[in-house]
Design a protein around this ligand. Structure first.
Ligand SMILES: Nc1nc(=O)c2c([nH]1)NC[C@@H]1CN(c3ccc(C(=O)N[C@@H](CCC(=O)O)C(=O)O)cc3)CN21
Ligand SMILES: CC(C)C(=O)C(=O)O
Ligand SMILES: [Mg+2]
Length: 299
């Protein structure tokens, strides 16, 4: 009875294996929070087009982030500041189509770009609606306590929100570079306060970028209704995110310290070197806790 062919026997023919897209359930917000409560790591990866989104979905990535990092990796900009809402809408549509084409299950998060939520909560709602109508399940916005009213406004109107604290690339010019944040006692205390304000406002995921591993570990324990997703924030967050191109070794400049090149590490089996295998290795490494390694990829 353990033979998979007999196990799947049905009058309609052989059923697809349990891991095939046809039998997987769509990732939902309750499921992500339940994974956090259970201690199963959440895997997030960026994708900007239909094909990569479909491959990431098939490799078991739970959350696909249509990141405004696309300004740098797709558009060749020197920062994310120049990315427009129309560009985010376009790439969100492309990713959504890719996931639908393969009957994928991924939860799609889309970045609100610079200047599209800063003016007022009404402006943020209008911008978020554009991304939701393009297929996003959740929007992400950068910043601390000043965004809390906006987060609550969106959440009250049925738009799930992912917060983003620590290194917030849209404010790179104010921060003075892509630097670790929350290193001093004062800045760590402030970051923690912001994190609690955003959770209280209804944010259900929170990206922590380039913050000391000890700080993100504490926050991950403290936040009970909001799952932390780390990038350069150590291994003790509820989940991890990387930029797709970085983990495939396709960075145009120097890789940030938090990056691991999963493509370069694939074993030398002919025919097995591929993007899907590298993404699968990333999913496995996050799930089993071997990525990130605090000694190599964190502060
Ligand atoms: N391809 C790509 N990957 C990213 O992770 C990413 C983007 N683009 N674009 C938007 C932001 C910018 N990010 C960055 C960019 C550079 C560093 C970096 O150079 N970090 C250095 C430390 C620099 C310092 O401390 O002064 C490092 O060694 O990690 C980190 C994050 C993260 N995001
Ligand atoms: C690096 C992640 C968190 C991001 O915001 C992006 O890809 O734009
Ligand atoms: Mg971003």
């Amino acid at each position: 009875m353990t033979d998979p062919t007999t196990q799947n026997a049905s009058p309609y023919g052989t059923l697809p294996p349990a891991s095939s897209p046809a039998t997987r359930k769509p990732v939902s917000l309750p499921r992500l929070l339940e994974m956090h409560a259970r201690g199963e790591k959440i895997v997030m990866l960026t994708a900007y087009d239909a094909t990569f989104a479909a491959v990431a979905d098939a490799a078991g990535v739970e959350c696909i982030l249509v990141g405004d990092s696309l300004g740098m990796v797709c558009q060749g900009l020197s920062s994310t500041v120049g990315v427009s809402l129309e560009t985010m809408r376009y790439h969100t549509e492309c990713v959504t189509r890719g996931v639908r084409r393969v009957q994928g299950t991924a939860w799609i998060v889309s970045d609100l770009p610079y200047g599209t939520y800063h003016e007022s909560k009404e402006q943020a709602l209008r911008s978020a609606v554009v991304l939701m109508q393009a297929g996003a399940h959740m929007v992400k916005l950068e910043g601390g306590g000043w965004t809390a009213d906006t987060v609550r406004f969106l959440v009250d109107r049925g738009i799930p929100v992912c917060a983003h604290l620590g290194l917030t690339p849209q404010t790179v010019h104010a921060l003075g570079g892509y630097r670790v944040q929350g290193k001093t006692t004062e800045s760590a205390t402030l970051l923690k306060r912001h994190a609690h304000e955003l959770q209280d406002a209804g944010a259900t995921l929170m990206v922590l970028e380039m913050v000391p591993a000890a700080l993100s570990a504490e926050l991950t324990t403290e936040l009970s209704h909001c799952a932390t997703i780390g990038i350069g924030a150590g291994k003790d967050t509820a989940g991890q995110v990387l930029v797709l191109h970085d983990m495939l070794g396709l960075n145009l400049g120097k890789n940030p310290k938090f990056v691991r090149n999963f493509m370069a590490e694939l074993p030398g089996i002919p025919g097995q070197h591929g993007i899907k295998e590298a993404i699968t290795a990333y999913v496995q490494a996050v799930k089993n806790g071997s990525f990130p390694d605090n000694a190599l990829h964190a502060w």
